[in-house]
Design a protein around this ligand. Structure first.
Ligand code: FAD
Ligand code: MG
Length: 341
């Protein structure tokens, strides 16, 4: 059989296509990821990057940003800016642009969640000691009901007054941005990596709160497991999601807690009662920024899965929530992320 000219062209085109596909696959496999782990913000921060530029330098710059943010936002450092705001005796304090940006977002989410997420619980968190639970000599204890009631009375975002760049804390309230600043740090880390190399890919994982720098091998999604909240096996997942961008954050009762007389006391406080939230054990939220995912996961934990699964999408989050009976609730859009694209 004689092949026509068109057939030869077709066969040649096919051969070229196969060569291109094989070459791409080989190149993709050789795209190397560099990673580094460091303790910052009281948790383990892992930065994973592939870049043609200088991945080690990019990682160093991201981790330096985490250290800078910790120095500014840590309530445990007496001369941090947040401590200066808290110690300003109810007088107006002039914030810089960054502080104003984070506080404004925190207050917006506080209002939108009817105070489930509340950045002004500093007195309660300090009373329970959850700001120091990472210390080696930390010993959990349950405060008296009176002390809790007093701390509830001097807590709450309604007492935070912002006038332009000035912030005033009324009624003795103190800020604690522990439920949002880890997310903000991840967003800043991503921005720095992308500024240094717009083609960089990888992710930042700060204590299982994850923000994507860019898709795996420039085109694939990263697969991320949602930890089973009551399994001792860190590889046992409730679900796996696939992300090429954005962020996924989990708030759980299983990492920062103490148990007294069989009762688990953990670090997410119900602002209304002043006690750790009961009935939720895990709340995972996907959002376009890690800052929003962080605040919304804390809010969802307080609100409970049944309610959170209905209202989260209107606040820009999709999520998976688990209650104390291990019942799972998901938002309508969650399944989009559980299918590999
Ligand atoms: P999330 O659900 O995201 O947040 C829970 C945290 O938010 C609580 O720890 C509390 O701070 C706050 N919170 C509790 N209830 C509410 C609520 N209803 N609304 C809003 N916020 C709430 N840990 C240490 O052990 N030692 C440290 O020195 C230390 N330094 C830190 C410095 C900074 C700047 C930051 C951001 C965190 C630091 N941490 C430290 C970790 C911190 O205490 C929390 O563990 C962490 O931020 C909580 O993240 P999460 O994802 O576990 O839980
Ligand atoms: Mg949070």
């Amino acid at each position: 059989m004689r092949l026509t000219r068109n057939s030869w062209i077709l066969i040649a085109s096919f051969a070229v296509l196969v060569i291109i596909l094989i070459t791409t696959a080989v190149l993709r496999d050789t795209e190397e990821y560099v990673s580094k782990v460091e303790i910052a913000l009281g948790t383990t921060v892992r930065v994973v990057i592939a870049s043609d530029k200088n991945p080690a330098l990019i990682i160093e710059s991201v981790l330096r940003e985490f250290r800078r943010i910790e120095e500014k936002f840590s309530v445990n450092l007496a001369d941090s800016e947040i401590s200066r705001i808290n110690g300003n005796n109810g007088q107006p304090y002039e914030m810089d642009e960054e502080m104003a940006f984070v506080i404004e977002r925190a207050l917006t989410i506080a209002k939108a969640t009817n105070g489930a997420f509340d950045p002004a619980l500093g007195n309660l968190i300090n009373l329970w000691g959850f700001d120091k639970i990472g210390d080696v000599d930390f010993k959990g204890r349950v405060p008296s009901d009176d002390a809790i009631l007093a701390a509830v009375a001097s807590s709450g975002y309604e007492n935070v007054e912002v006038n332009g760049v000035y912030i005033t804390l009324n009624n003795g309230v103190k800020l604690d941005l522990g439920g949002i600043v880890k997310g903000y740090a991840i967003d800043r880390g991503i921005a720095i990596a992308q500024e240094m190399d717009p083609k960089a890919t990888g992710y930042i994982d700060a204590g299982r709160d994850i923000g994507i720098i860019g898709p795996k091998f420039s085109s694939d999604s990263w697969s991320i497991g949602v930890q089973h909240p009551r399994s001792d096996n860190p590889g046992e997942y409730l679900d796996v999601v696939y992300l090429e961008k954005g962020s996924i954050v989990t708030s759980g009762d299983y990492e920062r807690f103490f148990i007294i007389d069989g009762v688990r006391y953990h670090h997410i406080i119900n602002p209304k009662t002043g006690y750790p939230v009961v009935k939720t054990v895990s709340a995972t939220v996907i959002s376009s920024t890690a800052m929003d995912a962080d605040a919304l996961s804390t809010a969802a934990f307080v609100l409970g899965g049944e309610f959170a699964s209905v209202i989260l999408p209107s606040l820009g989050g999709q999520g998976l929530f688990v209650n104390d009976e291990m019942e799972q609730f998901t938002t309508e859009g969650w399944s989009f992320f559980t299918e590999k694209r």
